[in-house]
Design a protein around this ligand. Structure first.
Ligand code: NAP
Ligand code: ZN
Ligand code: ZN
Length: 415
């Protein structure tokens, strides 16, 4: 019996964080032993084991992270308040108190299940910024109080060639997306940043430079890196003529970053409504794609075109705007596939490419670049209760230029 009791005590020391509970439990056990079973070791042993097991369950329930947020309960549904739990922080995890989360058009595609395979309830959001509130035992990069961000993924296999190169977004086993995905255990659903807390392995967390305001830095975690990565990969810089199609969340970050890289930047927008804004962001030229003259005038002009358009459009007319060896990179992901005419590719050795967000090292590089060049997103801050209204405005191209949810608005909400 003494051996069992020691074992019980040792396990408690390993697992117990609530000292008061331990003392109370020991008192109960001692009373039980003295009153009833002290001479029956075989009876006592399973009681102790079960008590430990039961206590561990209670303890686990107690220290799971309780979270509130907004979720879509089915495809195309209005987002409503939702409470859920995040995992107990592991040794390499940090807990982040989310302060702001940007609204990406991808959130809308996925809530509406436009790409297929969406899982509900879904808490969207992958432009997350906040403050570290807890760190695991082995965390070395962050401490409580640090300003941090989380982008579109929270894990990956860490072993494949892309992962080893810091291109986790192209993980051959698939990255673990921040929401609408599953953890590496293959079963736990991931939930995103329209919520007050998130638990993430420190290796998938970014440092937000001190001079960037947290709210307007949030969109850098997706919109910023999604444009920075192809601009760097296709070497936008002095002497290069770059066009950005669509001046929305991604597009406006593309204009600012391409300008800071030293390229000549042209915006190709539906209309001329956003011309003044585009120029302020650093655009050298601004054209309306509703005007057929645009396509005549700019034929063969650009070295690099990046399309951020989120709906079906005829990309072939844009291919004709590329010069010899020019590249068009598609980052917008409309619901339907589009037809590509090969003639314009072949006739001038043009390339058509795609690009997906960016890896962790490049995302940190982009944040540092933005810090150095004082680049942040142009934002409209909203309360979480206004998310559906924001979605409607994004679909009408009525966003100037990224909605960012202020997570303080969750506090006052009724569950
Ligand atoms: P957004 O803020 O809605 O911007 C899209 C812009 O495209 C609009 O502001 C509009 O600009 C233009 N546009 C919309 N409908 C159009 C139409 N019918 N014809 C021509 N232009 C149109 O969206 P976002 O958040 O920037 O995201 C854009 C797309 O990129 C989405 O499909 C999203 O899922 C995708 N995305 C991809 C990645 C990636 O890694 N590849 C990452 C994030 C997002 P104008 O008014 O100036 O024409
Ligand atoms: Zn996004
Ligand atoms: Zn991998």
């Amino acid at each position: 019996m003494v051996r069992e009791f020691r074992q019980f005590d040792k396990q408690f020391d390993t697992n117990c964080q609530v000292r008061g509970t331990k003392t109370a439990l020991i008192t109960i056990l001692k009373n039980t032993i003295s009153q009833k079973y002290c001479q029956y070791h075989t009876i006592l042993a399973p009681i102790i084991r079960n008590t430990i097991k039961g206590y561990k369950t209670v303890r686990q329930e107690k220290i799971m992270i309780q979270v509130t947020g907004y979720a879509a309960n089915q495809a195309k549904a209005t987002l409503t308040p939702y409470s859920f739990q995040r995992r107990e922080p592991r040794d390499c995890d940090i807990v982040i108190d989310i302060k702001y989360c940007g609204i990406c058009h991808t959130d809308i595609h996925q809530v509406n299940d436009e790409w297929g395979g969406s899982v509900f309830p879904m808490v969207p959001g992958h432009e997350i910024v906040g403050i570290v509130s807890q760190v695991g035992k082995q965390v070395t990069r962050y401490k409580i109080g640090d300003r941090v961000g989380v982008g579109c993924f929270v894990d990956s296999c860490r072993n494949c060639t892309p992962c080893r190169k810091g291109l986790e977004q192209y993980c051959v086993k698939g990255m673990t997306t921040t929401y609408n995905g599953v953890e590496r255990d293959g079963k736990t659903p991931t939930q995103g940043g329209y919520s007050n807390k998130i638990v993430v392995d420190e290796n998938y967390v970014l440092k937000i430079p001190d001079n960037l305001p947290l709210d307007s830095a949030a969109p850098l975690l997706c919109a910023g890196i999604t444009l920075y990565s192809p601009l760097k990969h296709w070497q936008a810089g002095p002497g290069k003529k770059v066009a950005i199609i669509g001046l929305g969340g991604l597009g406006h970050m593309g204009v600012k970053i391409a300008h800071a890289l030293g390229a000549e930047v042209t915006v190709l927008s539906h209309s001329l409504k956003k011309l003044e804004d585009g120029k302020k962001m650093g655009a050298d030229n601004f054209y309306a794609t509703s005007d057929p003259e645009t396509f005549e005038k700019l034929k063969g002009y650009f070295d690099l075109i990046i399309s951020t358009v989120s709906t079906d459009f005829d990309l072939n007319q844009f291919l004709n705007l590329l010069t010899l060896d020019g590249t068009m990179v598609q980052v917008g992901l409309p619901e339907k596939e589009t037809h590509v005419g090969f003639v314009s590719l072949i006739s001038t050795r043009r390339s058509l490419a795609g690009s997906l967000i960016g890896g962790i090292p490049e995302t940190q590089e982009m944040l540092n670049f933005c810090s150095k060049n004082n680049i942040a997103s142009d934002i409209e801050t909203i309360q979480i209760q206004k998310v559906d209204e924001a979605y409607k405005r994004i679909l009408n191209s009525d966003v100037r230029y990224r909605f960012v949810i202020d997570m303080k608005s969750l506090v006052t909400q009724k569950q």
